[in-house]
Design a protein around this ligand. Sequence first.
Ligand code: IPE
Ligand code: IPE
Ligand code: MG
Length: 239
Amino acid sequence: MPVPEIDPNGVPVHIGVVMDGNGRWAQKRGLPRTEGHAAGEEALFDAVEGALELGVKWLTVYAFSTENWKRPPDEVRYLMRFNESMLLRRRDELNERDVRIRFLGRRDWRVPRRLIRRMDEALSLTAGNRTMTLTIAFNYGGRAEIVDAVRSMVEAGVSPRGVSERAIREHLYHADMPDPDLVVRTSGEYRISNFLLWELAYSELVFTDVLWPDFRREHLFEAVREFQRRDRRFGGLEA
Ligand code: IPE
Ligand code: IPE
Ligand code: MG
């Protein structure tokens, strides 16, 4: 079923989402911030369904940044456990939808082993799926990714002349991931917060005031409609 007022031939191949506003959503209701994270799960899975409906091939969601370790230890702990249990709860459903789950970010000592185990299970369970790739950016920072890419180039012995945009691209966390065509950020904040810095050089950015737990597929469709009204020039002139 085509989605009203969306050109099925102009759907973004890759959409990135900065899922922001969970804490404020909870605070507005007099609830602890963690309730906002819990309520964000429904938003995420409705967005996944919406992306599948549109035929999006890559959906990348920002779940935990390299800066989010600055939060109070209780909130960090909650987020670790929450993500671990969400993977367990949702992996079969994603697998049935032919969604491939991937992760983007550093697997450093701060990420609990149990969560790493769940990540690996989700990865291997869904590795063969091809309808859509859902990449969960976890302990992810755009600057950290560039640092890691440079480190990996130095380790690979890339010579100064071998350093190029293409070489850097190939050393990012997932060399096969196309750049996002569209990045959506919720909660009325107009910033990137270290998401996909290299990759979003020419992404269209759409900001919405909706707080993440209230986000539903219709908001995603609205962002895609806005995307389709834009004129992407990539530094050239209009076609
Ligand atoms: C986004 O919601 C989720 C994470 C960053 C983990 P926030 O927790 O940032 O919610 P606000 O921005 O404080 O409302
Ligand atoms: C960005 O949101 C990170 C995630 C959504 C995971 P933040 O809430 O951490 O960003 P700032 O602090 O408002 O820039
Ligand atoms: Mg926030």
